[in-house]
Ligand binder design. Structure first.
Ligand SMILES: C[S@@+](CC[C@H](N)C(=O)[O-])C[C@H]1O[C@@H](n2cnc3c(N)ncnc32)[C@H](O)[C@@H]1O
Ligand SMILES: [Zn+2]
Length: 292
């Protein structure tokens, strides 16, 4: 019998059901009939047609729609992000058995690529508030746990994850430190000033764009053994990738049709990728053990 995507995803969920926590009453959950997660207090969450589960207590409409995730997938599948993913995978290579959470996974492409490059026995969990992203992920990349969920209020038990990835997405450090096992690894990818600068030159007349806060300092506030690696390279952009590139990024939201047309006509032969990968290790609890 060929397993459907829903069955494949449901199996991974059932095997790892101990990671879940009811988003309403915070109690443990079990899988029923291979088709829903139910908590001790009887809150019930059906799996979708493709086998993701919506654990966000309220519906969220985000600006990330299906077309944007399609465009992101097309660009990412070209190898555009490979240098960044390679660097992320290097930070995780020592893990033999690992449960990995991608917090703000979008359409799941990065998590799926990372899982395929790790050799150990790894389980991937991808969450995002954008239902369109998680729908695409569950359909395209069966074999992981996909859930619509808020990374600021994660529907997971404490200390269940070996690694948390946070790529181009907002962070919630209270949740990330709660969820990681002792000694667990946090990996954040943040864009630097050169990222997509050729697009920015057209759309913003060369105004730099960077996260406001200092992300390395924020990670160091919460994690030990903080390391950073800057990854900068240019990627030859095939002509047919320019339209999806323009469509995939919030950088061009609100741009006039004229500007988009101008960019398409000009062409962008190469595009710059510029990221810092920040890693940190979950801090040991201090002051609890007074035994000499
Ligand atoms: C720029 S996209 C990056 C997506 C993916 N990591 C990638 O690199 O392709 C930012 C993502 O963060 C998600 N996001 C924003 N706030 C979130 C929250 N509170 N909980 C979960 N996801 C969130 C958005 O829905 C969006 O998919
Ligand atoms: Zn409940």
């Amino acid at each position: 019998m060929t397993l459907s995507k829903k069955m494949i995803n449901a199996q991974v969920m059932e095997t790892n059901v101990d990671v879940f926590r009811c988003p309403i009453c915070l109690s443990e959950m079990v899988m029923m009939d291979g088709s829903r997660l139910v908590c001790a207090d009887n809150h019930s969450f059906d799996l979708s047609k493709n086998g993701y589960v919506n654990l966000a207590p309220q519906a969220h409409v985000t600006k990330y729609d299906q077309a944007l995730f399609e465009a992101r997938k097309t660009v990412m599948n070209s190898g555009f992000f490979d240098g960044v993913l390679e660097s992320i995978v290097k930070t995780m290579e020592a893990q033999e058995h690992a449960v990995i959470l991608d917090a703000g996974c979008g359409g799941g492409t990065h998590l799926s690529t990372i899982l395929s490059r790790l050799t150990g026995d790894v389980t991937g969990v991808g969450i995002d508030l954008a239902k369109e992203g998680i729908t695409a992920a569950a359909k395209e990349y069966p074999g992981a746990i996909w859930s619509v969920a808020d990374l600021a209020n994660c529907p997971f038990q404490t200390e269940k994850f070996d690694t948390i990835l946070n790529i181009l997405s907002p962070a919630n450090y209270a949740e990330f430190t709660r969820l990681l096992k002792p000694g667990g690894l946090f990996v954040k990818a943040v864009p630097e000033s050169g990222y997509l600068k050729e697009l920015r030159d057209i759309f913003y007349e060369d105004k730099g764009q960077k996260e406001d806060a200092d992300p390395v300092a924020r990670v160091a506030d919460h994690f030990d053994e903080v390391n950073t690696e800057r990854i900068t390279y240019t990627f030859p952009l095939a002509a047919e990738l320019l339209a999806p590139l323009i469509q995939m990024t919030p950088l061009t939201w609100g741009a006039s049709a004229d500007k988009v047309e101008k960019a398409l006509q000009m062409g962008i032969p190469t595009i710059t990728i510029d990221f810092t990968i920040i890693t940190g290790v979950k801090r040991e609890e201090s002051g609890l053990c007074l035994v000499e």
